[in-house]
Design a protein around this ligand. Structure first.
Ligand SMILES: *Cc1c(COP(=O)(O)O)cnc(C)c1O
Length: 417
């Protein structure tokens, strides 16, 4: 058991604490049962920390990256170029050039204009670029927190546009794969199996139509984790019982095609706890408030901003026994906006100043998906617990770190910067 109170004492709060054992259990639990023809790639978007990426690489994961920093992080974490794919609807010249120079497994192209730009940059370098087509399929699948497919999107190229092409001839490209990502937070095993089946069928048809070798198919993933009351975690047994026959069927027909499932949230969300400390306790019109040092600016996902339903992430009192009667608390952060609310109806014992709270399942879409500069608090510290020992894997932003990026134009009064 991780001693959260000791870590909060040592590193201060707000603090993200990740458990290496949980990441390993998520990865290995799936890997052991998943059909061996299916590789697992880590989507750095969920948590781009170098140490987490390094651990997942050590376990065997490839990397799905979508920016220069994510690409560089994956390389520094030891992911070989042959295990890196790069999707993203708005890649810069610089990013495409970096992909070509690193020789990554495939650039996943999302528009015709992007294909032309990759072709141009490959020609300049005298190479043939390995690319995959990201398809915006005509079908959508229900049961996802965010549905892709079946509607206009900036992602991928419409299935109908690809099938309307007579062929794809760009001299400096080798089209070798198909990528489809159908949504996130999927908690229904049958939906994931059905997605996989439809994507594989689409890839097969598209490769035949455009006459390219199907070296790989990236089937996305979108595997969810339970956050809220009434949700349950995916069963790996049930998931693989449904997905593996679909994979086996495809694999029988395409023995040398590599299959990729790219996962973010599923691998890291359950491993993270966001530790915050209660600064003040007050009541307002009969409602109990605990004002903490953490919130929207570091964990927007838990605050629920941008999501349709605002429900509470699991929240625990840590560091002292949770005795006494429970009451209903509103747990807020320090920001000057009413949206900065970590829990609207948390059942907690009597809270007091200095109490430590943990927002569970917080390993994905934390600081990197939050406005960390809003009100100037910056990025929190991050700690990875491995073999019972905490390692600082990211320093907390200091005021000087953040001011260094700015220039004052004032030349009188105070030091000109
Ligand atoms: C966001 C994203 C992922 C990761 O999604 P999770 O739901 O966190 O697993 C994977 N692939 C693409 C293309 C994405 O945009």
């Amino acid at each position: 058991m991780t001693d959260h109170a000791a870590l909060a004492e040592e590193y201060g709060t707000p603090l993200f604490v990740y458990e290496a054992d949980t990441i390993a259990a998520q990865y290995t639990g799936l890997r052991q049962r998943l059909h061996p023809a299916m590789d697992v790639f880590y989507s750095l978007k969920a948590n781009p920390n170098l140490a987490l990426c390094g651990q997942l690489r050590a376990l065997g994961a490839g990397a799905e990256v979508s920016s220069l920093l994510e690409l560089t992080t994956a390389r520094e974490a030891g992911v070989p170029p042959g295990d890196i794919v790069f999707p993203g609807p708005g890649k810069s010249r610089e990013e495409i050039a970096a992909c070509l120079d690193a020789g990554i497994y495939a650039i996943i192209c999302e528009s015709f204009e992007e294909l032309e730009l990759v072709d141009e940059l490959a020609r300049e370098r005298g190479v043939r670029a390995r690319v995959a087509l990201r398809v915006n399929p005509a079908f959508a699948v229900k049961g996802s927190g965010l549905t892709m497919g079946g509607k206009p999107r900036q992602f991928g190229i419409d299935e109908s546009q690809l099938f309307a092409l007579p062929g794809l001839r760009l001299a400096h490209l080798r089209v070798v794969g198909v990528h489809v990502y159908l949504g996130t937070r999927i908690l229904d095993e049958a939906v994931i199996a059905e997605n996989t089946r439809r994507i594989l069928t689409l890839a097969e048809r598209l490769a035949a139509h455009l006459d390219f070798p199907l070296e790989f198919v990236d089937v996305g993933g979108g595997l969810g984790v339970a956050y809220f009351d009434g949700e349950r975690d995916l069963s790996v047994a049930r998931l693989t019982d449904l997905v593996n026959p679909v994979v086996a069927d495809f694999h029988d027909r395409h023995r040398s095609t590599r299959l990729i499932m790219e996962l973010g949230r599923y691998l890291v969300a359950p491993a993270g706890t966001y530790l915050v400390r209660v600064r003040y306790v007050k009541t307002s019109m009969g409602e109990r408030f605990a004002v903490t040092d953490g919130g929207t600016h570091q964990h927007m996902a838990a605050v629920g901003i941008g999501s349709f339903v605002k429900r509470d992430f699991p929240l625990r009192l840590l560091g002292r026994p949770a005795d006494g009667p429970l009451a209903r608390w509103t747990v807020t952060g320090p920001l000057c906006t009413p949206n900065d609310t970590l829990a609207r109806a948390a059942e907690l014992p009597d809270l007091r100043r200095g109490d430590l709270l943990g927002v569970l399942r917080s390993g994905a879409y934390g600081p990197s998906a939050s406005p960390t500069l809003f009100l100037g608090h910056g990025h929190p510290a991050e700690v990875l617990v491995r073999d019972g020992v905490g390692h600082l894997i990211r320093h907390r932003d200091q005021v000087a770190d953040l001011l260094r990026q700015q220039r004052s134009l004032v030349t009188t009064g105070g030091d000109p910067r």
